[in-house]
Design a protein around this ligand. Structure first.
Ligand code: C2E
Ligand code: MG
Ligand code: MG
Length: 732
């Protein structure tokens, strides 16, 4: 066997000489005492020479390491020991090499033997290493020559491992294993601080699950927890090593992406996340569907401090959620007011509901009311029924569209009184019609999920005396997102009342055929979005309309095609089998007074009337932008904008082929080439296409950093302008 301990360990410890002997004896005595200390102590001593190589180590250390002294002595200290690579900040901000190289004093630096020095089968202990540089200050003028280190080390394995485990618990979310709020905040701080100096970008994505609360409430907390775990797994799958994911608590997640500023790539990633998170989950044999909204802010463009970036991402998330959910948004400065606007809208809606509830003796005009849009049979233009649509006329804001206030009502629970109000008013009005035509009323999924809903319908029927056969409730596929037992019970109860059920906006949601099988619908309503594009070269819309009508026919359901505005659309949808149409080509929604008048006059047919051809809305923009050519900046008006090109008005004499830079605002600089030039109008093509902003708008992939913009602002123009800038007015 190898002698591990020679030459320090003698077979018998030296006997201490009596006190008061000569110097040799005293030295021997010291050695013996030291030897005892080394043996009895859980730690060890060490020393290095001026070159940093180990010159002494306690025999016990060799024993612990399972190594021979020869394996250690004479080797550079830093080739033997290392600080914890996974927790570099532990007890020392600097690596060992740095500390030793700088001849710093070491105080409890946590180290361990480097992996390739470890004898097989030995436990790698953690040591708190302390040591002092030995600097010679005895000789005058020696300017403190360094002679190496002298130090000690103490076993701290147990406490260090506990500490690491504690900090892991303190840094990671125990449910999902993702970083927790504390860690992700710290990471964001350190990334922003590190990047500020180097002008590197970083993106913060803020995610909020849609409908998570419903799952939690209906299926219980364990199911909610399982859902969060599965969401975390999916996020990890999409994001991979591109970023760090954290869960802030509840259903809020954050993703930190260092060195990412490309809004094209970020938008794609956000879409991928939205797509994957929206796929159904299987939880305890339940089929659960949720969604996610994403807000993004990019440093340094949207801020350089953590507070600014978090606030910006938060505002973007807020806009994404209220823009219809399942969307992403980039922060832009005009989002600032949206939150406040939303709060005011909520308040106003509360007042509006009160204005109706106030009753007849209230001094207030009711702000909310119902209008009725005819549903017309295509064969003979006979009106077969009406859809009740709510209208809100605010004293100062004017007409607020349902697409704005219905989501607010759903989010705040105000949809319950609002929905009941719509149902009651519509039933009351329909009961007064001289002709017993059908009345369709929209029902929000939130309303439908409420256990009292069938009771409310029954009460309204009883109060108004409306024949249940005449009442049609329009539901959307989102009613299936709730708990399936409640949903089934509601369907049963409603069918027992004898009312009809229609599936609204069909084709826009999940359009799962299993919904059609599971629920007793009498009608499918083909969404307007298909009609909008059915005359365009996009032939799919027309095919989808045909397929939906065919499907409904096969299942013995009626169909209504919504949103027909022009004759060419009517021709297409009729050719695809549409028998009922609801659209401006026949009639807009009408006031109850008008409905009564027409019915009294026996006008129960409406001939179509409208444009021959449907003109798709072309988005024209009228925005002042900057056009930069060489070192001149011109003001111009941006007209049409597409991903690949734009039309600009206000510059005369710009030759085709000229290279320009468009300043689209907020650091969005786009390099373009002039492809057309006529009078004051130029057509330009983007060098790299614009990307989606998540809200139907277009933005540049990259932005000029605030630092670059500040530098550009100091740029002084030296030459004369080459183009003529003319005033153009916004055309209506
Ligand atoms: P919806 O149920 O799909 O209603 C049809 C919408 O299409 C109505 O918009 C109607 O005015 C519009 N429309 C009908 N024909 C045409 C057309 O030819 N061209 C165009 N451009 N539009 C047409 P409205 O009244 O703004 O309602 C929007 C949505 O708000 C409704 O969609 C419905 O989901 C919701 N909503 C309206 N009233 C109520 C209500 O009382 N309760 C609930 N829960 N939701 C309501
Ligand atoms: Mg409807
Ligand atoms: Mg609809």
């Amino acid at each position: 066997m190898k002698n591990l301990l020679k030459p320090w360990q003698a077979s018998r410890p030296p006997q201490p000489p009596a006190f008061g002997d000569d110097a040799a004896h005293r030295a021997q005595h010291r050695l013996a005492v030291l030897d005892d200390i080394e043996r009895g102590h859980s730690g060890w001593f060490w020393a290095t020479d001026a070159a940093g190589c180990l010159s002494y180590i306690s025999p016990v250390a060799c024993e612990r390491f399972g190594l021979a002294v020869e394996d250690l002595i004479g080797k550079p200290f830093t080739s033997l020991f290392e600080t914890d690579p996974e927790h570099p900040g532990e007890r020392s901000d600097r690596p060992l090499q740095f500390l030793l190289g700088a001849h710093n004093r070491l105080t409890d630096v946590t180290v361990r033997l480097v992996p390739d020095r470890c004898a097989p089968g030995t436990r790698r202990a953690w040591w708190a290493l302390s040591g002092q540089p030995k600097i010679d200050v005895t000789k005058p003028g020696s300017d403190g020559a360094f002679h190496g280190y002298r130090g000690s080390a103490r076993d701290i394995t147990v406490e260090y491992e506990r500490r690491i485990e504690d900090s892991r618990l303190a840094e990671f979310d125990s449910l999902t294993g993702l970083a927790n709020r504390h860690r992700i905040t710290r990471r964001l701080d350190s990334i922003l601080a590190a990047f500020k100096g180097t002008l590197r970008p970083a993106t913060l994505m803020m995610l909020d699950l849609d409908r998570f609360k419903q799952v939690n409430d209906t299926l219980g907390h364990p199911a909610g927890d399982e859902l969060l775990r599965q969401v975390a797994q999916r996020l990890t799958r999409v994001v991979g090593t591109a970023g760090e994911i954290g869960r802030l608590g509840g259903d809020e997640f954050q993703i930190l992406l260092a060195d990412q500023e490309d809004r094209g790539k970020l938008g794609e990633l956000a879409e991928k996340i939205i797509g994957l998170i929206s796929q159904p989950y299987s939880i305890d044999d339940n089929h659960v569907v949720i969604g996610v909204s994403i807000g993004m802010a990019i440093a340094p463009f949207d801020g350089t401090e953590r507070e600014d970036i978090v606030r910006a991402a938060d505002l973007a998330l807020y806009a994404a959620k209220h823009g219809g959910r399942g969307q992403f948004r980039f922060y832009s400065s005009d989002l600032k007011d949206e939150k406040e606007e939303r709060r005011l809208l909520e308040e106003a809606l509360r007042d509006a509901i009160a204005s109706v509830d106030g009753g007849d003796d209230s001094w207030e005009e009711p702000q909310l009311g119902m209008v009725y849009q005819p549903v017309v049979r295509t064969d003979d233009h006979a009106v077969v029924g009406f859809e009740a649509l709510m209208r809100w006329e605010h004293p100062e804001r004017g007409a607020v569209p349902p697409s704005v206030f219905i989501p607010v009502a759903e989010d705040t629970g105000m949809i319950l009184p609002l929905g009941a109000l719509a149902l009651r008013q519509a039933a009351q009005d329909a009961a007064r019609w001289p002709h017993p035509l059908r009345i369709a009323v929209n029902v929000s999924a939130v309303q439908f999920a409420h256990p009292e809903f069938p009771g409310v319908v029954a009460d309204v029927l009883a109060e108004t005396g409306l024949d249940p056969e005449r009442l049609e409730l329009e539901l959307t596929e989102s009613v299936f997102m709730g708990d399936s037992e409640t949903t089934d019970a509601a369907f049963k109860a409603l069918k027992a009342l004898g009312v009809r059920l229609a599936l609204d906006d069909f084709g826009t949601g999940y359009s799962s055929l299993s919904y059609l099988r599971a629920a007793p619908f009498d009608k499918l309503k083909v969404d307007r979005s298909f009609v909008d594009s059915c005359t365009l070269s996009d032939q799919n819309s027309a095919k989808i309309i045909a397929a939906i009508i065919g499907l409904a026919d096969a299942l013995g359901m009626e169909t209504t095609v919504e949103g027909v505005e022009a004759f060419d659309q009517r021709d297409v949808v009729c050719a695809k089998g549409a028998r009922l149409i609801q659209g401006f080509l026949y009639s807009p929604p009408l006031e109850q007074a008008v409905v009564l008048e027409r019915m009294a006059a026996g006008e129960l047919h409406i001939p179509p009337d409208g444009p021959k051809r449907h003109r798709p809305e072309r988005r024209s923009v009228y925005r002042r932008i900057g056009v930069i050519h060489e070192d001149h900046r011109y003001e111009a008006l941006l007209r049409n904008l597409s991903a690949t090109g734009a039309r600009i008005e206000g510059l005369v004499g710009v030759p085709v082929g000229t290279s320009l830079v468009l300043d689209l605002g907020a650091g969005q600089l786009a390099v373009v080439t002039v492809s057309r030039s006529e009078d004051a109008t130029i057509g330009v093509e983007f060098e790299s296409p614009l990307v989606s902003d998540g809200a139907g708008g277009l933005v540049t992939r990259y932005r000029a950093s605030p630092y670059a913009l500040a530098a550009a602002a100091r740029m002084v123009s030296t030459s004369a302008p080459q183009f003529l800038e003319v005033e153009v007015r916004k055309r209506a």
